[in-house]
Structure formats: C-alpha cells, structure tokens
Design a protein around this ligand. Structure first.
Ligand code: BYC
Ligand code: FE
Ligand code: FE
Length: 471
C-alpha cells in the first residue's frame, strides 16, 4: 500500500505511522474528492484561489497562504495539543481522567453527537455551491471558498474521529456523510436549517453570522467533552470558526454601510430603486436566519442534553471560567412553557436546560454583533436600529415550535400571524428582488453596488489583489 505522506494530508496525529487509519482514509479520500467535484462550488474546479491551509497547529503553521485549485486543497487533520492529565470538567464523572478511548457505555451517544456535528459541515458546502456565480467581488469569492474548504476540513476532522475510534460503524457513518444531500427529500441533511438553500449573498452573510455562530457554541460545548480526542479536535476547529464569523459580521456590515450611504445620498429610505437593500428588509433577513439558527440548539427541555451533561460528553461553553459548581445538581432554570394556550413560568432542572443555557450564551454573542451594526448606522446619522427577535418567534423545534408569536415574543392568533407575516419575514417578491442584485463582479478591486468595499484585504494583501485566478 502506498503510504500517505504528511505533505498530502497535513496532520498532527502521526498518520504516517498509523496503518489502520491510513487504510480507512485512503478509501474515504477519493469519495470525498468525488463529492467535492459533484457538490462543491459549482464552476470553479480549476480556478486558483488564494487560500489559507493549516499545515501545523502552532501559530506560524496554521495559516499558510497560497494559490490552490480547490480539489487539490490539502485538507488536514489537527487536534489542539494534548494536556497532560486532563480531567473531566463537569457532570457525574467530574474529576476523573478524561477518556482517550470511547467508553463502551457512551459509544452510541458520542457517535450520534459526532455524526450530527459532522453532517452540518458538508451540508453547508452544498447549500452554498451556486453562490460563486454571483460574487460581489473577488475578495468575497475568495472568502466564500475559504469558508467552504474549511467546512470541508471540519468534515475531515470528524471523519478522523469516526475512523480512529468507532471501527466498522464509524466507517459506515463516514460514508453516509458523503451520501446525504442538503435539501434532498429522500436523503436530507440531519438538521433542518442545513436543508435551507443559500442562494443569494445576503443569505450567505446572514448564515455565516448566525448559523456559523451556532457552530461556535456547539464546538465550545463539545470542546469541554470528557472524550479527549473530540475536545481537542473541536478546540482546533474553533480557531477556524473565527474567520467564518468575521466573513458574516463584516459582510452584513458592508451591506448596511452601502444602504446607509444610498439613504443619505438620495435622502430616502426607499433605496431599492437605487440598487440598495432597505434596512427593513435587512431586519427581515435577520429575523429569518436568527430564528432558524435558534432551532439548532434543540428543545428547551431536553433529557438528551441532560444525559450528555451527566455523562461528561457535552458540557457548557466556558465551563471552568463561568461556573463554580460543575455538576449542575440541585439547581433550576426558569422557563416559560406553553401550556393550555398560555405561557406559564416553570422551573426545570438545570441539567435538562442545557440546550437553553447554550442558546442564551449564543444570543448574548449575537447581541454584540447586532450592536456593532447599529454603531455603523449611528455613524451614518441614521435613525434606525436592528434588533433580534425574541426567542419564541418563528421556531420549528422545541416548546414554541409552529405556534404564532410576534417578534417581541407575544402570543398572537393564527390570523394575525398570517396577516403580519410579510412584515416579519422576507416575502417571495423581496427575495426575488435581492436576487436581481446578485450580478457577478470579477474585475480586481471592483465591488457590486449593493455592498460597500471591505476595509482591508486578506493576509495583508490589498483589496484589489487578484484573490481568485479564474480559468
Ligand atoms: N433539526 O432533546 P432534543 C456547525 C431532534 S453548526 C432536526 O432537543 P438534543 C456549522 C433531536 O435529534 C453546529 N431535528 O435534542 C455551522 C431529537 O431526536 P430524537 C452543529 C432536531 O439531542 C455553519 C429530538 O429532536 N453541531 O457546526 O438535545 C456551517 C429531541 O431533541 C433538531 C451540533 O449540532 C433540529 N434542529 O439536541 C457549518 C452538535 N433539534 O432523539 C457548520 C451536535 C433537535 O427524538 N448535536 N432535533 O430522535 C447536538 O448536540 C444535538 O444533537 C442537538 C439537538 C443540539 C442538535
Ligand atoms: Fe464548521
Ligand atoms: Fe464555520
């Protein structure tokens, strides 16, 4: 058998001397490349893209930039360095040695968590595959592809865990990850948000703001895991997630800036006819993507989440820093449950509220993002502020699923919901309007009219750098 060199699959898991893992990966890699060619960015297989590749985990090595063709990207396997004598930081097994192998009694649950995490990564690449054709600039095109290849690497990271620690059924799960398809009726992706199409760039920037932030918080919770290889894998993934969130945050910010400029220039809110996206429409996109992403945290009251926590499989974000009692015993969480046609305040055990706790932390982080956008509006002397809808609004999962609540979280009638829907969420006409703005701009340094140029380029390069060499 041909050995896999570190050059082909950069890694810090001693791949070169691990025959079993090599065999599994050598089988899987061609399927992954075929999947990429079929489901990855449409129309850019031979373009050379200025991309960052992780070649080692130290500060210099993890951000190596060069032009590459995406199918030749070197997807690597990296875990944050191992801590000697790491102990489990929460739950019933608090203080025991972290596991280096999968404990038999938690095998099913761990596999399920890893597969669910893994499934989102290729799903997002599939959702975004047509965006390249309508890029607002080469800078943005490059950022899209950077996010795509890194989500591809996140899939590799999870497949490494499945291959190394779960034997035969791990390999089967790894194959399934390349078989499901976002939005496919017969074989869809696992979580519903990852079956929504992302077919315009505003949605892409909203997704990388709100949905990648779910990624951040789920990874933070899994980075606490007592299963050490999972914790270390997620820690490294978090370093990449920061760039995805940057793409979302600054992407939406640039749209807002451009809209503000057009409003000031034409002295009107009605900037659609000047090729801008009205602020009220941006708010509707926020409502849609934020509420959609809230669903990804699961039910408010969850026995699954309680048992993950008890077992030490999935913890709270920043467990050590933010909490003093790490078993979460004899404590409660206040929640408004929907009972007999009204909201009633209820106390549930803290352990069953773990999904809700993570959702709260996620919301706080989003509020900071929205605040920054609002500062831009102030700087342009515009009297408008974006808000996040209350968490009950437009939910499809959990306690409030499929019940009509307005963006303030007040229960309303079905009739009122239908009547006001077009004030809350983008209508088909508005989505169609946004799509009319999506015309490709591929000359160096040029930027589409609905979005402001970026403040600076990538890796110290100029904004008008040739980030993608189209073929
Ligand atoms: N859609 O007790 P519950 C990312 C199911 S994003 C469909 O609340 P639990 C990324 C659930 O499976 C981060 N079904 O569930 C971002 C259960 O089914 P069963 C992804 C759902 O287990 C951008 C039932 O409802 N990572 O990385 O506490 C680009 C009862 O549920 C959904 C993870 O998700 C849903 N939204 O919580 C690229 C981490 N929600 O048992 C990448 C791993 C729930 O009745 N996953 N259900 O058959 C988990 O930790 C958990 O599975 C969840 C669900 C938090 C997702
Ligand atoms: Fe990811
Ligand atoms: Fe991401």
């Amino acid at each position: 058998m041909q050995a896999i060199s570190n050059d082909r699959i950069p890694n810090n898991v001693s791949l070169a001397s691990d025959q079993r893992l090599q065999r599994a990966l050598l089988n899987w890699q061609p399927s992954f490349i075929n999947w990429w060619k079929e489901m990855g960015p449409e129309g850019f297989l031979s373009s050379r893209v200025y991309l960052r590749t992780a070649v080692s985990v130290d500060a210099e090595g993890w951000a190596f930039y060069d032009y590459v063709r995406m199918p030749e990207y070197r997807w690597g396997i990296f875990l944050a360095p191992r801590e000697e004598n790491r102990a489990i930081g929460f739950g019933d097994n608090l203080g025991q040695k972290a596991w280096q192998e999968v404990p038999g009694e938690h095998r099913g649950a761990l596999r399920r968590l890893i597969v669910t995490q893994a499934d989102t990564e290729p799903a997002s690449v599939e959702q975004q595959r047509d965006l390249g054709k309508t890029c607002p600039s080469l800078y943005d095109l490059r950022n899209l592809f950077q996010v795509n290849v890194e989500e591809g690497r996140h899939l590799w990271a999870m497949v490494y865990l499945l291959h190394s620690y779960f034997g035969r059924d791990g390999r089967d799960e790894a194959d399934e990850l390349l078989a499901r398809r976002s939005g496919n009726v017969d074989n869809p992706r696992i979580l519903h948000t990852f079956n929504e199409p992302i077919d315009d760039w505003l949605s892409f920037f909203m997704f990388t703001t709100f949905t990648d932030r779910d990624g951040k918080f789920q990874l933070l919770a899994l980075a606490e895991s007592g299963f050490d290889p999972l914790a270390r894998t997620c820690r490294f993934m978090l370093t990449e997630e920061a760039h995805h969130l940057f793409v979302g945050q600054t992407g939406v910010q640039r749209v807002i800036r451009r809209s503000a400029e057009l409003m000031n220039q034409h002295n009107t809110d009605d900037i659609a006819r000047h090729g801008g996206i009205p602020l009220t429409l941006l708010q509707k996109y926020i409502n849609f993507w934020y509420s959609n992403s809230l669903d990804l945290f699961g039910s408010e009251v969850s026995s699954n989440a309680a048992s993950y926590f008890a077992a030490g499989l999935k913890g709270r974000a920043f467990e050590e820093k933010l909490f003093s009692e790490h078993r979460a015993l004899n404590q409660t969480y206040q929640l408004e449950l929907w009972e007999n046609g009204k909201l009633s305040p209820t106390e549930i055990s803290l352990r069953s509220a773990m999904n809700e706790l993570l959702r709260d932390a996620y919301t706080q982080d989003n509020l900071r993002a929205v605040e920054k956008w609002n500062k831009d509006l102030l700087a342009h002397h515009i009297d408008y502020q974006f808000t996040l809808p209350q968490k009950r609004f437009h939910r499809k999962v959990g306690e409030y699923a499929d019940r009509p609540f307005d963006p303030m979280g007040h229960p309303i009638s079905e009739a009122a919901w239908r009547e006001r829907l077009s004030e809350y969420l983008p209508t088909n006409e508005e989505r169609a309007f946004v799509k009319t703005l999506m015309q490709p701009i591929t000359n160096e340094g040029e930027v589409a009219g609905w979005i402001a140029p970026p403040n600076k380029g990538i890796n110290g390069q100029a904004v008008d750098f040739k980030y993608v060499l189209l073929s």
